[in-house]
Design a protein around this ligand. Structure first.
Ligand code: MN
Length: 466
């Protein structure tokens, strides 16, 4: 089957150029200023007109939590509803962070569990990050084996929460990761700082949402980022990836390390840390919607993160999509923020937010949008150049975006199983018109047209950071 996308403004992470794209059997086969439908190579192609439209790679979100079981609640999007939401927002690939399994289980336990959850349900292509919740020789051997057999070439470690790894555990993981070229993605918050404040606030009755950001200060993030980067350096530059960077202080640690010329490190931020303010927590109900870790921050943090994107000092923008219903699940924290399931939706909003708030407002360029939302995530996840770019041989995962359309974000019109968006009422410029997954249209004018289970499991290669 052939498809010809005619006269779009084709955008990659490097260039913007008007032209045509020829797709055959799910892959991009040719990109050119003009492809004649009379040519034998394009014969019989279905034509999609893209005049006045941006044609960009399908977006890649390497930080989601579909169907996440956190014990006190389960994320309300499963791999079907969550990936329908992703697709409608222009995301055609996700790499999902697994939940912790039962205490003491092998990393294989969650690999099997996640295939059970995702296979046959996902509507976009998907992979998994493994998870480390305790460390011994067997776990390290399993990590290496899972990377080879499953193509799960990245694992997540937490520096806080139950299931966190201490410095010695982290060292063992990083030593092995360096040897096996496995990327270690890390949630960086100092456990002592966070626990000290949370325990004291609960004792003192400071359980309203406004105490949530106070309990997880910038110092907790910056200290953990700094420590992780030194641990990784100590074992000879183990490949590490800082997830959801939220603060200027944390960013300064990233900058400091990158300035020494290190190559095997990367950092991600998320739209909520670029766009939302901690003042949201002043309202005890609105605040619940944004209970997440790390918390929302201040204007100076947002300014610093946008500036870092402009200067190419960060690597990716992902979502940390982890939705709990406001009407019910989030209310568990109504009297005490420490009892609120932590996480917020975002997988459907990411691309248009970055376009509208980033590109349209001059904070980043259009190629930078593609770099942060598509190409770099694919590189970091070991999926490039199959995913995240427009070139011959790549999967024909494409987004056709109307750059001028103005609309208003509202949960009512969105596709996640969640009942709210943190961006309710926000005016957006630019709309996803069509989304293609391996050459097949799965979203048209805001409606999902794909099929449950059409997403393919991605056996990933080595991360560009490894
Ligand atoms: Mn997360």
């Amino acid at each position: 089957m052939r498809t010809l996308i005619r006269s779009g403004l084709i955008v990659t992470d490097e260039v913007i150029s008007p032209g045509d794209i020829l797709i055959e059997d799910g892959r991009i086969v040719k990109i050119s200023k003009f492809i004649d439908r009379q040519d034998p190579e394009a014969e019989g192609a279905e034509m999609i007109r893209a005049v006045g439209r941006i044609v960009m790679p399908g977006a890649v979100d390497i930080h989601t939590h579909m169907d996440l079981d956190v014990g006190i609640a389960r994320a309300c999007d499963d791999f079907y509803t969550g990936t329908v939401a992703a697709a409608c927002g222009g995301t055609t690939t996700i790499v999902d962070h697994m939940a912790f399994g039962p205490k003491g289980c092998s990393p294989w336990h969650q690999v099997k569990e996640y295939h059970r959850l995702a296979d046959g349900n996902a509507v976009v292509d998907y992979g998994f990050h493994g998870v480390l919740q305790h460390v011994d020789d067997e776990v390290l051997d399993d990590m290496a084996q899972i990377a080879k057999e499953e193509g799960i070439t990245s694992f997540k470690a937490y520096m806080t929460y139950d299931g966190r790894l201490d410095d010695l555990d982290l060292m063992k993981v990083l030593e092995r990761a360096a040897k096996e070229k496995i990327l270690i993605a890390v949630h960086c918050e100092n456990h002592g700082i966070v626990t000290c404040f949370r325990e004291r606030f609960v004792r003192e009755g400071k359980t309203q949402t406004r105490w949530h950001p106070v309990s997880r200060p910038a110092e907790a993030e910056a200290e953990a980022v700094n420590r992780l980067l030194y641990l990784a350096q100590a074992v000879g530059e183990a490949p590490v990836y800082v997830v959801h960077l939220s603060t200027k202080k944390g960013l300064e640690e990233i900058r400091k390390a990158k300035a020494t010329g290190r190559k095997h490190m990367g950092a991600e931020t998320c739209p909520q840390y670029l766009l939302l303010d901690e003042k949201l927590y002043d309202d005890p109900q609105e605040g619940l919607k944004a209970i997440m870790a790390p918390p929302l921050r201040r204007q100076e943090d947002r300014d610093a993160l946008w500036a870092a994107l402009k200067e190419n000092e960060l690597d990716t923008v992902a979502t940390d999509h982890c939705p709990f219903t406001f009407a019910k699940q989030k209310q568990q924290g109504a009297e005490d923020f420490t009892k609120c399931p932590s996480g917020a939706p975002g997988v459907e909003e990411r691309l248009t937010l970055l376009y509208s708030e980033g590109v349209k407002k001059g904070r980043i360029t259009l190629p930078q949008l593609v770099k942060y939302a598509c190409t770099n995530p694919a590189r970091v996840a070991g999926l490039y150049p199959r995913k995240g770019t427009i070139e011959a041989g790549a999967d024909a995962d494409l987004v056709i975006l109307n750059p001028e359309k103005e609309w208003t974000l509202t949960a009512q019109k969105m596709h996640s199983a969640v009942d709210y968006t943190c961006y309710e009422g926000m005016k957006i410029k630019g709309a996803v018109e069509r989304v293609m997954l391996r050459g097949k249209t799965i979203v048209l004018n805001g409606e999902f047209t794909g099929v449950r289970g059409d997403g393919q499991y991605l056996h990933r290669g080595t991360s560009s950071l490894a």
